[in-house]
Design a binder for this molecule. Structure first.
Ligand SMILES: Nc1nc2c(ncn2[C@@H]2O[C@H](COP(=O)(O)OP(=O)(O)OP(=O)(O)O)[C@@H](O)[C@H]2O)c(=O)[nH]1
Length: 374
């Protein structure tokens, strides 16, 4: 089991509340933050409503609606209902509804109504979680339109309640601060987007580098260096729990002739074709390595039901079925092999030397055969 796997198997803090999957946990952490904001706003509005002698029923209605929005969205996110949506944390919907409630708080807050503008700006700060910079700007414009409408409504319903200059001051404050906050958040969204792109490019580069370091360019099989490492690992596993491991050294017959008579490109095509057949003939857990030139190493974990001969037959059949062989019969080729079971105590080099000696015998005895080392 890999260390990464073991780490995710560990119980996570607050797993029941936040979930297990990292992205879900991140979304739920956002929800907790927003829940705190709803509670703080409710308390602040309660104080403002008491001072203004606004009927308490309005405050209760406001708190009821705010908690319904908050709990409803948190529940939908936690249960994974939103996971497939373009905005899985429902940030835009939640911010939009909270802005509406924020604006509704303005006429309820009497002398403290000026506090509603920074309260709404705090809600807008959550716009950094909106799916795009454009969505965030739309929310900003919506917030400004709502608060200005709430101010106009307040002034129209209770014209004598506050100084007109005070309301104009609030409006000017909102008109400066909302777009300012929007621009700042937009800048942040762009930086995050660039960071995301750079991370993706880095991951792609790492995958490419990893492939270049471990794979053979022509055939796509493991290269010799990485193949050796994989073979050593297989040996270590055998030392702990010997289940039987068979190495087969394979070499194409008279490959030089193909190169000399049909050209180097045809030789390359034959190597690719052989690698593909090899790949098709192997089972999960078996390893194929381009050892060099036209030489390959295969490590098989033989089962009771299938031995070396059965695998060789399958490889030959796979070669016969390759389009290169069916379409260009003049490129038909054979291979020779030397096979050796690993013996306890043997090093990789000793093991492969025995396979090599068996391959030498296969060549000497007329090629197109696989011989098992004694
Ligand atoms: N086209 C191509 N040829 C390669 C590549 N790597 C090695 N070779 C050629 O493989 C040939 C190997 O030839 P030899 O070692 O003489 O072996 P052979 O002709 O297969 O003869 P036997 O092994 O004795 O059956 C050489 O001509 C190399 O140039 C490659 O990547 N592409």
């Amino acid at each position: 089991m890999s260390p990464k796997r073991r780490q995710t198997d560990k119980p996570q803090p607050l797993e029941g509340l936040l979930g297990r999957e990292p992205k879900l946990r991140q979304r739920m952490a956002q929800q907790l933050l927003s829940f705190g904001l709803v509670l703080a706003n409710s308390l602040m509005l309660g104080y403002a409503v008491l001072l203004a002698r606004t009927p308490l029923g309005w405050w209760l209605l406001w708190v009821g609606l705010a908690l319904t929005v908050q709990l409803g969205i948190s529940l939908a996110v936690r249960l994974g209902w939103t996971a497939r949506l373009p905005d899985p944390s429902l940030a835009s919907t939640q911010i939009g509804l909270m802005l509406l409630l924020g604006a509704a708080a303005y006429p309820l807050s009497g002398p403290l109504r000026g506090l509603v503008v920074p309260m709404m700006m705090l809600t807008l700060a959550f716009g950094m979680f909106a799916p795009s910079g454009r969505a965030m700007l739309r929310l900003n414009a919506l917030g400004l339109a709502l608060i200005l409408s709430a101010m106009a409504f307040d002034f129209w319903v209770w014209p004598g309640r506050g100084q007109p200059a005070e309301t104009v001051g609030h409006a000017l404050f909102a008109m400066v601060c909302f777009p300012g906050l929007g621009l700042l958040l937009l800048r942040m969204a762009r930086l995050r987007e660039r960071q995301r792109e750079q991370r993706q490019a880095l991951n792609e580069a790492l995958t490419r580098i990893n492939r270049l370091a471990t794979r053979d360019d022509l055939t796509g099989l493991y290269n010799r260096r990485h193949g050796k490492h994989v073979l050593q690992q297989a040996l270590q596993r055998q030392k702990r729990k010997p289940t039987g491991l068979l190495a087969v050294l394979l070499d194409l017959d008279h490959f030089k002739k193909i190169n000399d008579t049909k050209g180097h490109a045809a030789g390359d095509a034959v190597l690719r074709c052989f690698a593909k057949a090899l790949h098709q003939s192997l089972r999960k857990g078996d390893t194929a390595v381009r050892w060099g030139g036209e030489e390959f190493v295969v490590v098989l974990e033989p089962t009771a039901s299938e031995g070396l001969l059965a695998w060789v037959a399958r490889l030959k059949l796979a070669i016969e079925r390759q389009p290169l062989v069916t379409e260009r019969p003049e490129l038909r080729f054979t291979f020779s092999g030397g096979a050796a079971f690993w013996r306890p105590g043997e090093t990789l080099e000793q093991w492969l030397e025995r396979a090599d000696a068996a391959l030498y015998r296969a060549k000497a005895e007329g090629r197109d055969r696989v011989i098992e080392a004694s």
